[in-house]
Ligand binder design. Sequence first.
Ligand code: SF4
Ligand code: SF4
Ligand code: SF4
Length: 152
Amino acid sequence: MTGAMEIYQLLPKTNCKECGRSTCMAFAAALLSRDAVVDDCPILKEEKYRDNYENLTKIVSPVGNASETGMIVHEELCTGCGNCVVACPVNVAEDPYGAGAGKTPTNDKVILRVEDGIVRISNVEDCRRFGENKILCSGCIVTCPTKAIEFI
Ligand code: SF4
Ligand code: SF4
Ligand code: SF4
C-alpha cells in the first residue's frame, strides 16, 4: 500500500506551509487520509516539480477513489479469480444460489462480482465495514491471492 513516506519523497520538502499544513510530512499524511488533494500544494505546480506532480497524482488516485467503506480495488492486481465474490458474507446472504453456491452472482444485490475478468464493487453501503454497525469483516481481503483489495 502507498505510505506517507512514499508520498513525502515526492513533495517539495520545503515545509512552506502554503498548503495549510505545518510540514510536507503532515501534508503527506493528509493526502493519505483523504483530507487533502495533490492540488492543495501550490509549489507542486512549478515546472521543476512537474514529474513529481504527475507521479503523486498517479499513486494517490487509488486513495481518492476509495469507496465509502475505504475499499480500494487494485484492478491491475486482480486476476478475476472470484474468491472474494464467494467469500463475502453479504454476497452469500443476498445471493445464496449464485455467489453463495460458489457460482456467478445471479442478482444485483451483491457487493462484489467479476466482470470482464476484473472484480467490480457495487452496493458498498451494504458492506459490513460500512455504517454505524460496521464490523471489521475481512472476507474479501483474506481470500484474495494477489492482495488486490485493501481498506484504508
Ligand atoms: S505547500 Fe507543498 S511544499 Fe509547502 S508545506 Fe505544503 S506540501 Fe510542503
Ligand atoms: S469487507 Fe466483508 S462485507 Fe465488505 S466486501 Fe469485503 S467480504 Fe464483503
Ligand atoms: S480481487 Fe482478488 S479475490 Fe477478488 S477476483 Fe480479484 S484476484 Fe480474485
